[in-house]
Design a protein around this ligand. Structure first.
Ligand code: SAM
Length: 278
Protein backbone atom coordinates (compact mmCIF):
# COMPACT_ATOMS: atom_id res chain seq x y z
CA UNK A 1 0.00 0.00 0.00
CA UNK A 2 1.45 3.40 -0.93
CA UNK A 3 1.39 6.28 1.56
CA UNK A 4 -0.32 9.67 1.17
CA UNK A 5 2.77 11.12 -0.48
CA UNK A 6 2.86 8.42 -3.18
CA UNK A 7 6.16 7.10 -1.81
CA UNK A 8 6.50 3.48 -0.69
CA UNK A 9 5.94 2.45 2.94
CA UNK A 10 9.01 2.91 5.15
CA UNK A 11 9.43 -0.80 5.82
CA UNK A 12 9.85 -1.33 2.09
CA UNK A 13 12.29 1.62 1.81
CA UNK A 14 14.39 0.24 4.66
CA UNK A 15 14.45 -3.27 3.16
CA UNK A 16 15.25 -2.05 -0.37
CA UNK A 17 18.14 0.19 0.79
CA UNK A 18 19.47 -2.29 3.40
CA UNK A 19 19.06 0.20 6.26
CA UNK A 20 19.48 -2.22 9.16
CA UNK A 21 19.53 -0.09 12.32
CA UNK A 22 22.99 0.70 13.68
CA UNK A 23 23.21 0.97 17.43
CA UNK A 24 26.32 3.18 17.31
CA UNK A 25 24.29 5.84 15.45
CA UNK A 26 21.34 5.54 17.84
CA UNK A 27 19.10 4.38 15.03
CA UNK A 28 15.56 3.77 16.26
CA UNK A 29 13.32 4.57 13.33
CA UNK A 30 9.74 5.80 13.26
CA UNK A 31 7.88 3.93 10.53
CA UNK A 32 4.32 5.11 11.13
CA UNK A 33 3.71 8.10 8.86
CA UNK A 34 0.62 9.15 10.86
CA UNK A 35 2.88 9.46 13.88
CA UNK A 36 5.59 11.40 12.03
CA UNK A 37 2.94 13.78 10.65
CA UNK A 38 1.72 14.29 14.22
CA UNK A 39 5.26 15.18 15.36
CA UNK A 40 5.58 17.57 12.42
CA UNK A 41 2.27 19.22 13.45
CA UNK A 42 3.64 19.65 16.98
CA UNK A 43 6.14 22.11 15.46
CA UNK A 44 3.21 24.36 14.46
CA UNK A 45 2.61 25.96 11.06
CA UNK A 46 5.55 25.13 8.80
CA UNK A 47 4.30 26.62 5.56
CA UNK A 48 6.27 29.88 5.92
CA UNK A 49 9.36 28.25 7.47
CA UNK A 50 12.61 26.59 6.59
CA UNK A 51 12.99 23.48 8.73
CA UNK A 52 16.30 22.02 9.87
CA UNK A 53 15.89 18.30 10.47
CA UNK A 54 18.82 16.58 12.13
CA UNK A 55 19.13 12.80 11.67
CA UNK A 56 16.41 12.07 9.07
CA UNK A 57 17.42 8.38 8.73
CA UNK A 58 15.15 6.71 6.16
CA UNK A 59 12.99 9.86 6.14
CA UNK A 60 9.81 9.14 8.09
CA UNK A 61 9.80 12.48 9.90
CA UNK A 62 11.12 14.22 6.77
CA UNK A 63 8.06 12.99 4.90
CA UNK A 64 5.86 14.21 7.75
CA UNK A 65 7.43 17.68 7.62
CA UNK A 66 7.04 17.94 3.85
CA UNK A 67 3.48 16.59 3.87
CA UNK A 68 2.62 19.18 6.53
CA UNK A 69 3.75 21.88 4.10
CA UNK A 70 7.25 22.91 5.26
CA UNK A 71 8.52 25.57 2.84
CA UNK A 72 11.95 23.94 2.71
CA UNK A 73 13.62 21.15 4.72
CA UNK A 74 17.37 20.91 5.20
CA UNK A 75 18.12 17.39 6.44
CA UNK A 76 21.52 16.62 7.98
CA UNK A 77 22.30 12.89 8.21
CA UNK A 78 25.55 11.27 9.29
CA UNK A 79 24.85 7.81 7.83
CA UNK A 80 25.57 7.78 4.06
CA UNK A 81 23.47 4.60 3.65
CA UNK A 82 20.36 6.79 4.09
CA UNK A 83 21.14 9.12 1.17
CA UNK A 84 19.45 7.14 -1.66
CA UNK A 85 16.20 6.87 0.35
CA UNK A 86 16.31 10.61 1.08
CA UNK A 87 17.01 11.35 -2.61
CA UNK A 88 13.72 9.62 -3.50
CA UNK A 89 11.87 11.91 -1.11
CA UNK A 90 13.60 14.97 -2.60
CA UNK A 91 12.39 13.84 -6.02
CA UNK A 92 8.80 13.54 -4.80
CA UNK A 93 8.92 17.10 -3.39
CA UNK A 94 10.86 19.03 -6.07
CA UNK A 95 12.94 21.93 -4.73
CA UNK A 96 11.76 21.48 -1.13
CA UNK A 97 14.29 19.04 0.38
CA UNK A 98 18.08 19.43 0.58
CA UNK A 99 20.17 16.70 2.18
CA UNK A 100 23.62 17.14 3.69
CA UNK A 101 25.68 14.09 4.63
CA UNK A 102 27.50 15.30 7.74
CA UNK A 103 27.82 15.08 11.49
CA UNK A 104 25.41 17.71 12.81
CA UNK A 105 27.77 18.42 15.71
CA UNK A 106 30.44 19.71 13.34
CA UNK A 107 28.33 21.67 10.88
CA UNK A 108 27.21 25.31 10.73
CA UNK A 109 24.00 25.18 8.75
CA UNK A 110 22.84 28.78 9.22
CA UNK A 111 24.14 29.76 5.75
CA UNK A 112 21.84 27.17 4.14
CA UNK A 113 18.65 28.34 5.83
CA UNK A 114 16.40 31.38 5.40
CA UNK A 115 14.49 32.64 8.45
CA UNK A 116 12.01 31.98 9.89
CA UNK A 117 13.63 28.70 10.89
CA UNK A 118 12.25 25.82 12.94
CA UNK A 119 14.34 22.86 14.08
CA UNK A 120 12.84 19.38 14.33
CA UNK A 121 14.72 16.20 15.20
CA UNK A 122 14.52 12.65 16.44
CA UNK A 123 18.12 12.13 17.47
CA UNK A 124 20.17 9.79 19.63
CA UNK A 125 19.77 11.30 23.05
CA UNK A 126 23.40 12.22 23.74
CA UNK A 127 23.70 14.08 20.43
CA UNK A 128 20.28 15.67 21.03
CA UNK A 129 21.23 16.98 24.48
CA UNK A 130 24.51 18.42 23.21
CA UNK A 131 22.80 20.13 20.26
CA UNK A 132 20.03 21.42 22.54
CA UNK A 133 22.56 23.09 24.83
CA UNK A 134 24.28 24.66 21.82
CA UNK A 135 20.98 25.89 20.37
CA UNK A 136 20.06 27.37 23.77
CA UNK A 137 23.38 29.22 24.15
CA UNK A 138 23.96 31.20 20.93
CA UNK A 139 26.14 34.33 21.02
CA UNK A 140 23.09 36.55 20.46
CA UNK A 141 19.47 36.29 21.56
CA UNK A 142 16.89 35.92 20.05
CA UNK A 143 18.47 33.00 18.16
CA UNK A 144 18.13 32.33 14.41
CA UNK A 145 15.51 29.66 15.14
CA UNK A 146 11.91 30.21 16.25
CA UNK A 147 11.30 26.84 17.84
CA UNK A 148 12.83 23.45 18.57
CA UNK A 149 10.72 20.29 18.43
CA UNK A 150 12.88 17.45 19.65
CA UNK A 151 12.47 13.82 20.62
CA UNK A 152 14.25 12.77 23.81
CA UNK A 153 14.26 9.94 26.27
CA UNK A 154 11.36 10.75 28.59
CA UNK A 155 13.74 11.26 31.50
CA UNK A 156 15.64 13.98 29.57
CA UNK A 157 12.38 15.62 28.46
CA UNK A 158 11.35 15.78 32.13
CA UNK A 159 14.63 17.50 33.02
CA UNK A 160 13.93 20.19 30.40
CA UNK A 161 10.47 21.08 31.73
CA UNK A 162 11.15 20.39 35.45
CA UNK A 163 9.94 22.76 38.19
CA UNK A 164 11.86 23.74 41.38
CA UNK A 165 11.72 21.17 44.15
CA UNK A 166 11.47 18.20 41.79
CA UNK A 167 14.21 15.60 41.33
CA UNK A 168 14.58 16.42 37.64
CA UNK A 169 15.13 20.15 38.27
CA UNK A 170 18.62 21.41 37.42
CA UNK A 171 20.80 23.18 34.87
CA UNK A 172 18.90 21.94 31.82
CA UNK A 173 15.54 23.20 33.17
CA UNK A 174 16.98 26.62 34.04
CA UNK A 175 18.83 26.95 30.74
CA UNK A 176 15.78 25.95 28.70
CA UNK A 177 13.15 27.88 30.64
CA UNK A 178 15.12 31.12 31.00
CA UNK A 179 14.69 32.09 27.36
CA UNK A 180 12.13 29.58 26.02
CA UNK A 181 8.63 28.36 26.68
CA UNK A 182 9.17 24.61 26.99
CA UNK A 183 6.61 21.83 27.16
CA UNK A 184 6.24 18.12 26.55
CA UNK A 185 3.81 17.76 23.66
CA UNK A 186 3.80 14.01 23.06
CA UNK A 187 4.85 10.77 24.70
CA UNK A 188 5.79 7.64 22.82
CA UNK A 189 6.16 4.04 24.00
CA UNK A 190 9.21 1.99 22.93
CA UNK A 191 7.05 0.06 20.42
CA UNK A 192 6.61 3.20 18.32
CA UNK A 193 10.20 2.70 17.11
CA UNK A 194 11.99 0.05 15.05
CA UNK A 195 13.92 -1.40 16.81
CA UNK A 196 12.30 -0.38 20.11
CA UNK A 197 14.61 1.44 22.55
CA UNK A 198 14.67 0.40 26.23
CA UNK A 199 12.87 3.47 27.55
CA UNK A 200 9.88 5.70 26.79
CA UNK A 201 10.40 8.81 24.67
CA UNK A 202 8.83 12.26 24.62
CA UNK A 203 8.72 15.18 22.23
CA UNK A 204 9.57 18.57 23.72
CA UNK A 205 8.60 21.82 22.07
CA UNK A 206 10.70 24.87 22.93
CA UNK A 207 9.63 28.26 21.60
CA UNK A 208 12.23 31.04 21.76
CA UNK A 209 11.07 34.08 23.73
CA UNK A 210 12.01 37.47 22.28
CA UNK A 211 13.70 38.35 25.57
CA UNK A 212 14.70 36.24 28.60
CA UNK A 213 12.09 35.73 31.30
CA UNK A 214 14.30 37.65 33.79
CA UNK A 215 17.33 39.82 33.14
CA UNK A 216 20.77 38.27 33.72
CA UNK A 217 24.16 37.98 32.04
CA UNK A 218 24.16 34.49 30.44
CA UNK A 219 27.74 33.71 31.50
CA UNK A 220 27.20 34.77 35.11
CA UNK A 221 23.91 32.90 35.32
CA UNK A 222 25.56 29.76 33.92
CA UNK A 223 28.39 30.06 36.46
CA UNK A 224 25.98 30.43 39.38
CA UNK A 225 23.73 27.60 38.27
CA UNK A 226 26.69 25.29 37.53
CA UNK A 227 28.23 25.95 40.96
CA UNK A 228 24.89 25.45 42.70
CA UNK A 229 24.04 22.17 40.99
CA UNK A 230 27.55 20.66 40.90
CA UNK A 231 27.04 20.00 44.57
CA UNK A 232 23.26 19.84 44.63
CA UNK A 233 23.04 18.33 48.11
CA UNK A 234 25.03 21.19 49.66
CA UNK A 235 23.57 24.40 51.05
CA UNK A 236 24.07 27.32 48.69
CA UNK A 237 26.18 29.28 51.16
CA UNK A 238 28.71 26.43 50.83
CA UNK A 239 28.40 25.54 47.14
CA UNK A 240 28.56 29.21 46.03
CA UNK A 241 31.20 30.32 48.55
CA UNK A 242 33.90 30.71 45.92
CA UNK A 243 31.80 33.18 43.88
CA UNK A 244 31.95 36.06 46.40
CA UNK A 245 33.22 36.54 49.96
CA UNK A 246 29.87 38.06 51.00
CA UNK A 247 27.80 35.37 49.27
CA UNK A 248 25.42 34.98 52.23
CA UNK A 249 24.38 38.65 52.02
CA UNK A 250 23.97 38.42 48.27
CA UNK A 251 21.85 35.29 48.60
CA UNK A 252 19.58 37.01 51.13
CA UNK A 253 19.32 40.12 48.92
CA UNK A 254 18.20 37.86 46.04
CA UNK A 255 15.49 36.40 48.28
CA UNK A 256 17.34 33.13 48.85
CA UNK A 257 17.92 31.58 52.28
CA UNK A 258 21.69 30.76 52.43
CA UNK A 259 20.81 27.32 53.83
CA UNK A 260 18.63 26.50 50.80
CA UNK A 261 19.80 23.98 48.23
CA UNK A 262 19.96 24.81 44.51
CA UNK A 263 17.11 22.45 43.67
CA UNK A 264 14.59 24.60 45.58
CA UNK A 265 15.55 27.95 44.02
CA UNK A 266 13.47 29.21 41.11
CA UNK A 267 14.66 30.93 37.95
CA UNK A 268 13.67 34.42 39.10
CA UNK A 269 15.87 34.19 42.21
CA UNK A 270 18.81 32.62 40.31
CA UNK A 271 18.62 35.58 37.90
CA UNK A 272 18.50 38.08 40.80
CA UNK A 273 21.61 36.46 42.27
CA UNK A 274 23.37 36.51 38.87
CA UNK A 275 22.59 40.24 38.54
CA UNK A 276 24.10 40.91 41.95
CA UNK A 277 27.25 38.98 40.99
CA UNK A 278 27.48 40.36 37.43
N1 SAM B 1 14.47 10.75 12.03
C1 SAM B 1 14.45 9.31 11.79
C2 SAM B 1 13.19 8.74 12.37
O1 SAM B 1 12.54 9.44 13.15
O2 SAM B 1 12.85 7.60 12.03
C3 SAM B 1 15.67 8.64 12.39
C4 SAM B 1 15.82 8.77 13.88
S1 SAM B 1 17.16 7.87 14.61
C5 SAM B 1 16.67 7.95 16.32
C6 SAM B 1 18.53 9.01 14.66
C7 SAM B 1 19.14 9.40 13.32
O3 SAM B 1 20.18 10.36 13.56
C8 SAM B 1 19.78 8.26 12.57
O4 SAM B 1 19.40 8.27 11.23
C9 SAM B 1 21.29 8.50 12.73
O5 SAM B 1 22.04 7.98 11.66
C10 SAM B 1 21.32 10.00 12.79
N2 SAM B 1 22.48 10.56 13.50
C11 SAM B 1 23.10 10.07 14.60
N3 SAM B 1 24.09 10.89 15.00
C12 SAM B 1 24.09 11.94 14.13
C13 SAM B 1 24.88 13.12 14.01
N4 SAM B 1 25.87 13.38 14.88
N5 SAM B 1 24.62 13.97 13.00
C14 SAM B 1 23.61 13.71 12.11
N6 SAM B 1 22.84 12.61 12.19
C15 SAM B 1 23.07 11.73 13.16
Amino acid sequence: MSAIDGLPPLREVIARHGLSAKKALGQNFLLDLNLTAKIARAAGDLTQCDVLEVGPGPGGLTRGLLAEGARHVLAVEKDPRCLPALAEIAEAYPGRLSVVNADALGLDVSAHLTPPIKIVANLPYNVGTELLVRWLTPSVWPPVWQSLTLMFQREVAERIVAVPGSKAYGRLALLAQWRCDAKIVMELPPEAFTPPPKVRSAVVNLVARATPRFEADPKVLERVVAAGFNQRRKMLRASLKSLAPDIEDRLRAAGIDPTDRAETVDLERFCALARSLG
